[in-house]
Design a protein around this ligand. Structure first.
Ligand SMILES: [Zn+2]
Length: 286
């Protein structure tokens, strides 16, 4: 009834092709600098079929910036994202940040020349909670899942028990280990995880990991919930013992910056995100 295939070209530039007998969607689009290498992979998986959608889980550069090149290659495809993501991607200042982040990541991957096309990047359709994306056999219901960013969304098809998740749910860093990825709000992250735990899920796509199936889905979500609360508890305890922000960063690194995490996240990006997470988690009024 549907297939989910990874089509990312380099580690960390994760993207998936979701197909039904009648429709095809690219889920996230990776880095702008990696799009040139990704497009032939997508094209070969499509085998000449049209691409109807480019679905963006959020506006971060490693998920959204490759979408401009995909849109250029398949102009009929609609770029779909939350209204908040559309607003961010339209901002010149945000595009500058995205450009800088891409340049850093490109250099780390030995790419020194690429066309970012960010000036052309616009969201064609904004979606809100409960909206449906028609993929024929799959009717993807939009779930607003803020927490990682305000603009984070997932997609859910109840009959197929398929959830296309986003980073608000956390990222697998090892067996039973889920790194919290809350960058804007602890409580909404917790609520988002609780919300999807209440759904019947038999296939769960995690953007930086791939598809997990069966009982593993609920095990992952339970671990995501546990590590979110546990990380906050540990950070607050360490802070109460007088640890500095740099000490806390080292602790987070010890717990979660595993070999697996290194595959998709450069240390600089980890540090930047970790500092946001630490600041959020030390707020006691949440
Ligand atoms: Zn992100």
């Amino acid at each position: 009834m549907y297939t989910v295939t990874p089509v990312g070209a380099v580690p960390g530039s994760d993207a998936y092709l979701l197909t039904t007998p009648t429709h095809a969607a690219l889920l996230d689009a990776g880095f702008a600098f990696a799009a040139k290498a990704m497009l032939p992979i997508v094209a070969s998986r499509l085998g000449g079929r049209p691409l109807q959608y480019i679905l963006l889980t959020h506006s971060h550069y490693d998920h959204a910036s490759g979408s401009a090149a995909a849109k250029k290659r398949w102009p009929e495809a609609q770029i779909v994202a939350s209204a908040y993501a559309a607003k961010i991607l339209a901002k010149e200042s945000a595009r500058d940040v995205i450009r800088t982040m891409n340049d850093h990541a490109a250099r780390e991957h030995g790419v020194f020349d690429y066309e970012d096309l960010l000036a052309d990047l616009t969201v064609d359709r904004t979606v809100a909670d409960g909206d449906l994306v028609d993929m024929g056999d799959l009717q993807l219901r939009v779930l607003e899942l803020p927490g990682h960013t305000r603009c984070s969304i997932g997609f859910y098809d109840e009959p197929a028990r398929l959830l296309l998740g986003c980073e608000t749910l956390g990222v697998i860093s090892g067996p039973g280990l889920v790194m919290p990825c809350c960058l804007v709000d602890y409580n909404s992250t917790r609520q988002a995880i609780a919300r999807v735990r209440a759904l019947a899920v038999n296939q769960l796509l995690l953007p930086h990991h791939g598809l997990i199936e069966g009982e593993e889905c609920q095990r992952f979500l339970a671990a995501a919930d546990f590590w979110l609360a546990e990380t906050r508890r540990r950070l607050q305890a360490a802070h109460d013992q007088g640890k500095s922000e740099d000490d806390l960063l080292q602790l987070l690194k010890q717990w979660f910056y595993t070999d697996l995490a290194r595959r998709y996240q450069p240390e600089k990006a980890f540090d930047l995100n970790a500092r946001y997470t630490i600041a959020l988690m030390l707020k006691k009024d949440d």
